[in-house]
Design a protein around this ligand. Structure first.
Ligand SMILES: Cc1cc2nc3c(=O)[nH]c(=O)nc-3n(C[C@H](O)[C@H](O)[C@H](O)COP(=O)(O)OP(=O)(O)OC[C@H]3O[C@@H](n4cnc5c(N)ncnc54)[C@H](O)[C@@H]3O)c2cc1C
Length: 404
């Protein structure tokens, strides 16, 4: 048994610094432009792919780190570079996480590389759960998947909304209801491969933040996919449905399995934004002079920075703990994954708001990055489970009471 240590290994430091170099050299200079353009930043993704930052290998290597920290180190640095560009680079990984959580080894080997493509022939992937009438309540999905036994095909119908890379992705993972009477336990995840007919983009959304990341509706109209596109396979689904119909316990909802695994990573991104805003406003407060002294010499400003730094570090500790627990298969008995996402995302909103205050008028204009960081931070309290839903998960876990 090794001694307890908070120090990163040499490999982790090398990985973190390498990703930081990309964040500082490629993402930071491009961030404002892509925020204004509100388009998928293909040249940045291409650059990331050439370096090996967009692709399966970096994630596969990170997953092999037994401490679980490599993934969150990468995400903190990318979001420090820019959250919108980070989401463009990492958006495909949501689909990969779904395939990893629900697919057979053969399906994982077939579909996961197709989520990224290769430099010069990039691919995007999307993970489509949310619907206009089913956001927080993922058990009430209306998108239906009906099995056509004669053709061994699944037929998907429904509308998904707020989907990252939705409609422009080459591969979509769609969560749909197979048996609506079973609510969340009657759902399954399906791969909709490139070139499938009956899937199209609906409305593209204009957003407050992470504007370099594409968000749109996905419309499924008699979308037929081969039987082999059901993640986990038909036999396993039939067993799961039978267990659910008999009222026996099952391993839970398809969508929830993905979200459990990705929450510390979402917290890590929020942490990256908060750290960016804290560092920027610390430097600014030392330089900016009013009343003949640097503004940091006023407790009113210095104490804000002390609180911001404490929140950044506390966020990191919660994110690292949850990442370590997930990698070591420790059950989240107190909702530790949710705690990391809740605290880091709300801290990012708070820290970026304080950063604007420290910069005064300069904080409010687009020539400076802090207003963008504040706009970007807000989504982290909403997607992959709102703050209210994280509090529900934590309070239910610690109390054993079905809090509503
Ligand atoms: C930019 C962006 C990207 C996204 N990317 C994806 C994606 O790639 N794939 C995907 O599937 N989805 C994605 N989403 C959807 C996102 O996950 C949902 O927006 C989120 O789950 C909240 O659902 P909703 O918007 O319908 O809000 P609602 O569920 O309608 O919630 C509205 C409010 O009610 C509160 N509330 C709801 N139920 C309860 C309750 N039981 N107790 C207390 N409060 C409650 C919520 O916390 C919230 O404050 C994305 C959203 C955005 C904005």
């Amino acid at each position: 048994m090794s001694e307890f240590s908070m120090e990163l290994s040499a490999d982790q430091v090398t990985l973190r610094d390498w990703v930081h170099g990309f964040a500082e050299g490629v993402m930071r200079p491009a961030a404002a432009e892509w925020d204004e353009r509100e388009e998928t930043p293909w040249p940045i993704i291409e650059e990331a792919a050439k370096l090996g930052i967009y692709g399966l290998d970096i994630l596969a290597n990170a997953f092999m780190d037994p401490s679980g920290l490599s993934t969150v180190l990468i995400l903190e640095e990318l979001a420090w570079g820019d959250a919108g560009l980070c989401m463009s680079i990492m958006g495909s990984s949501l689909a990969v996480a779904a395939i990893l959580a629900n697919g057979t080894p053969a399906q994982q080997a077939e579909w996961m590389p197709q989520c990224y493509g290769t430099p010069g022939d990039l691919k995007l992937a999307a993970f489509a759960v949310s619907e206009p009438d089913a956001g927080s309540d993922v058990s009430s999905l209306r998108t239906r998947a009906v099995y056509d036994e004669a053709k061994d095909e699944w037929v998907l119908n429904g509308t998904k909304t707020w989907i990252t890379n939705g409609g422009i992705a080459n591969l979509h993972v769609v969560v749909a209801s197979v048996d609506p009477a079973l609510a969340g336990r009657g759902q399954a995840s399906f791969v909709v491969p490139e070139g499938t007919k009956g899937i199209r983009m609906g409305q593209k959304f204009k957003k407050m933040g992470i504007r370099a990341s594409h968000t749109a509706e996905v419309v499924l109209e008699d979308c037929r996919i081969p039987g082999s596109c059901l993640l986990g396979g038909k036999e396993k689904l039939d067993e799961r449905l039978a267990r659910a119909r008999e009222g026996r316990s099952s391993s839970g909802q398809a969508a929830m399995a993905t979200f459990e695994a990705t929450r510390p990573g979402i917290g890590a991104q929020a942490l990256g934004i908060a750290r960016a805003a804290y560092e920027y406003s610390l430097d600014y407060a030392k330089e900016r002079r009013q009343f003949g002294r640097a503004i940091i010499e006023n407790q009113a400003i210095a104490f804000k920075l002390a609180d911001m730094k404490a929140r950044v570090d506390a966020s990191r500790l919660l994110v690292w703990r949850a990442a370590w627990m997930a990698a070591n298969r420790k059950p989240f008995t107190s909702g530790e994954g949710s705690m990391s996402k809740l605290f880091a995302s709300e801290s990012a909103v708070k820290v970026t708001e304080e950063a604007i205050q420290i910069l005064g008028g300069y904080g409010y204009v687009r020539e400076y990055p802090v207003e963008r960081w504040h706009r970007d931070s807000k989504i982290y309290t909403i997607f992959e489970g709102t703050s209210e839903i994280q509090r529900l998960i934590i309070s239910r876990a610690i109390s054993g009471v079905h809090i509503r």
